[in-house]
Design a protein around this ligand. Structure first.
Ligand code: IFM
Length: 468
């Protein structure tokens, strides 16, 4: 067991788990819910492993009480979930759908009854299809629709919610959705992804404005950030690492904290980020109360022309896939280091990279509180003959990342919370149900939940931290 230094986490530290609407709810045609881009995408041939969809998922919509009880049993102080926009506004605008409001009211009330603080994310990728039909995040209009929707949910839940997150991982919405094409809506165009980046950020800023006029609650945004390292000190590797870091980290952090897009990316991409007005940048950078960071793995990148050399130097290079549009544009490729353990997603495990990332954000961008709004791993779990899931690799992953947080706190970073991804095994987007991130096993045929060994270990950690 790692030394977790649990004494470093104050009594008010947010210990939680996280989920997202489309990944767990199911009930896609119930309670007046409209269609989202993920319904359309997952029902399109060849987009998701095994043709899986979120139609039923973990059936959380019908098993709310059972899942709330699991959270109660776990002893978390907080729970991060997302609101499905098409449940609230089936067509993406206008009057709220009461069925959607009622469902989330039951969830929020159920949490509060168990002394668990609700932390809703307003958008975790399930854009109403009607907005996509008008161009989705490529269009500025979608930013305004998002701000209206944020106002609707703030109005409905402001009496009970003290912490909100506007967007989850806008990089994935923009770049996996509009450039790489492996996420909904499945477009493959760099200019579209650049426009989507700007409109997501603008939507976040407009939502902030709207919400600030209605509530005193704390509001943040969640970004998927990482450390991006060059595979070697070769000039070409350093150059691609700078671009990849720009595309993943700086293109979001700079406008949010410095009210400007990074100059190198403005030159590289032009388009919507070059045309952003001062007023837009003021809106985006007007100030949040906390930053949500989702961290999973460090990125090691190499210039394509150096791949063979790197191989001969003993680095393992992932050449199994065609370069995606981002790689092709930068002339870069992802590298896996030999001897570094990887998760079932093939993501490298290096907890120290989380400390490094947080110190960088603190030193270069902001001293605001940071919540680790997602961290966890997919492992090769199975139910053993005694009916148990012994996921020691996940325990090791979670413990080492909590230790990395303790070390970031020691280095002066204000870390305010940690949410394990995820409470339940669930619909892992393009991977369907083939990857399991949960600390609770879900048997998708029966919907039986089995808390894994990591569930009990996390429960112990939370208790020990509170008693420390
Ligand atoms: O499942 C996702 C989640 O929806 C967003 N962050 C990363 C997780 C694991 O891939």
């Amino acid at each position: 067991m790692t030394d977790l230094e649990l004494g470093n986490f104050g009594r008010d530290f947010f210990w939680g788990t996280a989920t997202a609407s489309y990944q767990i709810e199911g009930a896609v045609s119930e309670g007046g819910r409209g269609t989202s881009i993920w319904d359309t995408f997952s029902h399109s041939d060849g987009k998701v492993t095994n043709g899986d969809t979120g139609d039923i998922a973990c059936d959380h919509y019908h098993r709310l009480e059972e899942d709330l009880d699991l959270l109660g049993q776990l002893g978390v102080s907080t729970y991060r979930f997302s609101l499905a926009w098409p449940r609230i506004q089936p067509d993406g605008s206008g009057k709220p759908n009461q069925g959607g409001i009622d469902f989330y009211a039951r969830l929020i009330d159920g949490l509060l009854e168990r002394n668990i603080e609700p932390v809703p994310t307003i958008y975790h990728w399930d854009l109403p299809q009607s907005l996509q039909d008008k161009g989705g995040w490529k269009m500025r209009e979608t930013s305004y629709r998002f701000a209206d929707y944020a106002g609707v949910v703030t109005d409905a839940f402001k009496d009970r919610v003290k912490h909100w997150i506007t967007l989850n991982e806008p990089w994935c919405s923009a770049w996996l959705g509009y450039a790489v094409g492996v996420h909904a809506p499945g477009e493959t165009n760099i200019d579209s992804a650049v426009a989507a980046t700007h409109h997501l950020l603008l939507g976040h800023g407009l939502a902030l404005q709207q919400m600030r006029s209605m509530t005193e609650a704390k509001i943040g945004i969640t970004l998927n950030l990482s450390v991006v390292r060059p595979a070697s000190q070769d000039r070409a590797d350093i150059e691609v690492a700078r671009l990849v870091d720009g595309n993943l980290n700086r293109i979001f952090l700079d406008p949010i904290f410095k009210k400007q897009y990074p100059g190198d990316l403005v030159s590289h991409y032009g388009g919507a980020i070059a045309d952003a007005t001062t007023e837009d940048l003021e809106t985006i950078g007007q100030g949040i109360d906390f930053l949500g960071v989702n961290f999973y793995f460090p990125s090691i990148v190499i210039a394509r022309q150096n791949i063979d050399k790197a191989r001969s130097q003993g680095l393992y290079v992932d050449t199994s896939r065609e370069p995606n549009l981002i790689d092709a544009d930068f002339g870069s490729a992802g590298v896996h280091r030999m001897g570094v353990k990887r998760t079932a997603m093939d993501w490298e495990i290096e907890a120290g990279a989380l400390t490094e990332l947080l110190v960088r954000v603190h030193d270069e961008y902001s001293t605001l509180p940071i919540m680790i709004t997602e961290n966890g791993c997919a492992t090769h779990d199975y139910v053993n003959p005694s009916g148990k899931v012994i996921d020691d690799d996940r325990i090791e992953y979670i413990e080492s990342h909590i230790a990395a947080l303790a070390s970031a706190i020691e280095k002066g970073v204000d870390v305010a919370g940690y949410f394990v991804w995820s409470l339940l095994d669930n619909f892992e987007w393009a991977y369907g149900y083939s990857r399991r991130f949960g600390i609770v096993w879900v048997d998708y045929e029966t919907q039986r939940r089995i808390p894994k060994k990591s569930f009990y270990r996390y429960k112990e950690i939370i208790k020990a931290a509170r008693d420390a």
